[in-house]
Write a protein that binds this ligand. Structure first.
Ligand SMILES: Nc1ncnc2c1ncn2[C@@H]1O[C@H](COP(=O)(O)OP(=O)(O)OP(=O)(O)O)[C@@H](O)[C@H]1O
Ligand SMILES: [Mg+2]
Length: 277
């Protein structure tokens, strides 16, 4: 059986994780996705994913929250994780970050903030800079340990990345490394605006190059006035070797529940409706 952090049988912290199967242009999903293998053996599987995006401020938190909302609606214990947050304010004696708060509001497993966001940095800037301002070194070990704790308390985990896929955290560790170390299927949020096709395809290349599964992608309307919107979606669909999971329009009220109406993850391995509960 494939070893994976998603596997409840595995030790809490397991760094030597073999790469996940890679999707090719002809496959909608991997043949031997770990969650499917577990389900086939009668062991409850989980839905866990890493949400990345074509850029910063393009809807990763909105889509991550929408996924959490759907998991909670399906009766699951779902927890969001924002391992590294740059931009936090002190309120009631605790540092708060908008993304972390929104994910916490959408999920239904409430863990201490130092678990769901092991690196809560104050300065709203590139994380490696925010960390150096605080004399902090962003290291994968506390993140992986925290992720294991979340897994122990939840049926489903949605991990939101930071900015785009290659945001550096230190000289030797970046967002892509984090996704690879957690060995999670990736959901790519494409911020629909001029230039997004190249950003999306470069991101897909980087995901595939790390041997990660690209589970699917979501088109989120970053620019409500984008011209040739449908043609851009078509161009992306023709080139991204994973299913389009939804097109989120510009919402008047961008809540998790409102965005969730436009996303369908039912076909994904490990998604609650695809297995016996
Ligand atoms: N479809 C949408 N309709 C309306 N507002 C949206 C939509 N998508 C995103 N927004 C708004 O745009 C802003 C950025 O979205 P979001 O925080 O989800 O981006 P992000 O990719 O997570 O950013 P970051 O890189 O900072 O984590 C938020 O204020 C959000 O409410
Ligand atoms: Mg965000």
């Amino acid at each position: 059986m494939t070893k994976n952090l998603n596997d409840p049988q595995e030790p809490a912290v397991e760094l030597a994780i073999p790469p996940a199967p890679v999707l090719t242009a002809n496959e909608e999903k991997p043949v031997s996705a770990p969650s499917e293998a577990l389900a086939a053996e009668g062991i409850p599987s989980r839905f866990c994913c890493f949400v990345t995006g074509t850029d910063t401020e393009i809807g990763k938190t909105l889509v991550s929250s929408a996924i959490l909302h759907k998991l909670v609606e399906a009766g699951h214990r779902a927890c969001g994780m924002k391992p590294i947050a740059a931009g936090a304010e002190l309120r009631d004696g605790e540092l708060h970050n908008e993304d972390a708060d929104m994910l916490a509001g959408a999920g239904n497993v409430h863990l201490p903030q130092n678990i769901t966001t092991p690196f809560m940095l104050r300065e709203p800037c590139a994380p490696h800079i925010a960390a150096s301002l605080e004399g902090v070194s962003i290291d994968p070990v506390p993140i992986i340990a925290a992720y294991a704790e979340i897994l122990a308390a939840s049926d489903a985990v949605v991990v939101e990345g930071v900015g785009g896929f290659r945001v550096p955290f230190s000289d030797t560790f970046d967002s892509a490394d984090l996704a690879a170390q957690l060995n999670l299927p990736v959901i790519l949020v494409v911020g629909m605006r001029l230039g997004c096709i190249s950003h999306a395809l470069l991101t897909v290349e980087a995901i595939v190059a790390r041997g990660l599964v690209l589970a699917g992608w979501v088109a989120n309307t970053a620019d409500p006035d984008m011209r040739f919107f449908d043609e851009n979606i078509e161009a992306l669909e023709a080139r991204i070797p994973a299913p389009l999971l939804g097109v989120v329009p510009r919402l008047e009220d961008p809540t998790a529940a409102n965005a969730a109406r436009f996303i369908d993850l039912a076909g994904l391995p490990g998604w609650p409706s695809t297995r016996a509960l």
